[in-house]
Design a protein around this ligand. Sequence first.
Ligand code: NDP
Length: 355
Amino acid sequence: MAAVELRRQTPANAPSPHESPAMATLDFDTLADLLTRIFIRHGVAAEHAALLGRNCATCERDGAHSHGVFRIPGYVASLDAGWIDGQVRPVMEDCAPSFLRVDAANGFAQPALAAARPALLARVARNGVALLAIRRSHHFSALWPDLEPFADQGLVALSMVAGIAGVMPPGARKPVFGTNPIAFATPVAGARPLVFDLATSAMSNGDLRIAAREGRAIPPDSGVDRAGRMTTDPKAVLDGGGLLTFGGYKGASIALMVEILASALTGGQFSAEVDFSTHPGAETPCTGQVIILIDPACGAGAAFADRVATLIAMLREAGQERLPSDRRYANRARAERDGITLDDATHEALTRLAS
Ligand code: NDP
């Protein structure tokens, strides 16, 4: 299968004011179905493909474009290279009353979470907290779609995933960390859950690659070259250098914690242990994911969601206009009203991949 590139519109490839690209408008189910067919066509079991198709369409719908259809070529490359097993069934192990382990067995992380969800919810209902440790799993998406449904059910949720080494620890000569995202979700009385979901690198790997392709400088303090010198040249970062964590050594400690909880604790590989050399072209990291659920009724009781709402009201009253997830929910409302738009070239490329 020839590599397929789905380019998102950027300042450099945007049409001139005199031309506008032809756009396709799809409703959520149509896009999810198209993406599901791509996964099936490239070797994923139908029930897992449906989860992945909806996950990717959910990102596109909410304007989380770095993990929407932009990622499909990477999924396809990994599947076609035989790097992921799209058919394998996750294996669940009961470790302790509040601790579940799942071996994704070189499959995707999302089916592993789906398999564990009923047991995980039963554990948190019984014990007040529950931890899910997923290992040998490929996570190539955003984390918020994993967590938001738990907050919708009144739970507080945290998740972390290790990735592919491309981020330098402070003073290091080679990358050790992945972009290692961490996400948090909480119920809010009278409102949608508040969810934040952020990479612990100063910028995302996708944005770094787009800047390199377009010859744009990256912000200062985002990356270093192969000699460890600060650079704003994205090609120097990609050519033996590395990204930096956000917030200097403080962000580096959070990236370190992600490696420990998402990999050492789960039994997955560290970011620096992911080795694509036997499967050229593959892109998805095979590491681990941790999910921690807390039933807030065990703490402040029913007042919890009200207390969070009070805090959010304080933030807004103090002048914080934008809170995490505001942008996504606004995009979601727009997409539900007007549909999800893809430029024609992207829509055609996806349709070809599905057929
Ligand atoms: P951003 O920096 O764009 O956003 C991070 C979070 O901050 C979001 O929750 C966002 O809310 C919120 N936010 C952004 N701007 C503001 C603001 N001005 N005020 C208040 N809140 C704000 O995301 P990243 O580039 O760090 O990460 C993007 C995605 O990449 C994440 O979903 C992450 O899970 C994913 N990722 C996945 C990896 C994997 O291996 N699977 C690896 C690395 C990253 P909102 O959502 O509303 O914009």
